[in-house]
Design a protein around this ligand. Structure first.
Ligand SMILES: Cc1cc2nc3c(=O)[nH]c(=O)nc-3n(C[C@H](O)[C@H](O)[C@H](O)COP(=O)(O)O)c2cc1C
Length: 227
């Protein structure tokens, strides 16, 4: 069984070795826990991720509760073999209400976090709304939530790559009944569906069996066209 990626010092090769090591793991070893400092490293990789307009419209729930995991299995149909992973995390994303209807998140990010002056924040918010509507063509609340979720996926991907970098396995989890997962998180008091919805989950830990298939991808010649 593979236990870590090859050690080399060329940064290009180190990065690609991590990309090749990262596989979508279907079965995790229930007895191996990611050390706290390694898990913090993964969260930091997510935190440093870029986002459209710098709005970081995501949050991360670390799902430790066995009852909640069980509900996610029974009701949201998440596979047990992945739910037994060391860590299960959920990326949530902001809804249209807090992203585009009122300026609460925009103001918090720009004034409190990024230190911009508060006096013209409403004009900047108006420009942001017209960016969503006119430039991106986002016409309804669902499209605006999906815009937020796209940013959460960037953080998710960076977290998974960082995991591979330190020999931690991951599997993004989209194959679930979203409404049931959201309800379970809401009932546990961890999600206010008016302001935050589920974007994607990730299982993290160490494999208990190797993937059944090799990592295969299309050739670059099929993917890329210079125009
Ligand atoms: C957004 C996203 C959602 C995914 N959802 C699931 C899932 O629910 N269950 C699963 O077993 N794999 C899931 N995967 C894993 C993909 O099937 C996998 O990445 C792909 O087949 C390529 O295999 P590899 O990652 O091992 O190279 C997901 C991957 C991504 C990026």
């Amino acid at each position: 069984m593979q236990s870590g990626h090859d050690i080399t010092t060329d940064p290009k090769e180190v990065f690609l070795a991590a990309m090749r090591f990262r596989r979508a793991i279907k079965a995790f070893d229930p007895d191996r826990r990611i050390p706290a400092e390694d898990f913090d490293y993964l969260l930091e990789a997510a935190r440093l991720s870029p986002s459209s307009n710098g709005l970081e419209p995501w949050n991360i729930l670390v799902i430790e509760s066995p009852e909640l995991r069980e509900r996610l299995h029974l009701e949201a149909l998440l596979p047990q073999a992945q739910l037994r992973a060391s860590h299960i995390i959920a990326f949530t994303a902001k809804t249209a209400k807090v992203l585009a209807e009122d300026s609460s998140h925009f103001r918090h990010m720009n004034v409190d976090v990024r230190g911009y002056p508060a006096d013209d924040i409403e004009q900047r918010f108006t420009r942001f709304r017209s960016f969503l509507a006119e430039k991106l063509g986002l016409e309804n609340d669902r499209a605006i939530f999906d815009y937020a979720a796209r940013q959460a996926y960037i953080a998710m991907a960076n977290l998974c790559t960082a995991a591979a970098f330190i020999g931690v396995e991951s599997c993004p989890l989209e194959g679930l009944v979203y409404s049931a997962a959201e309800q379970a998180l809401a009932d546990a008091g961890q999600l206010d569906l008016k302001t935050d919805r589920l974007a994607v989950m990730v299982a993290l830990g160490y494999r208990s069996e190797d993937p059944h298939r090799d990592q295969v991808r299309r050739e670059l010649s099929e993917i890329v066209r210079v125009v």
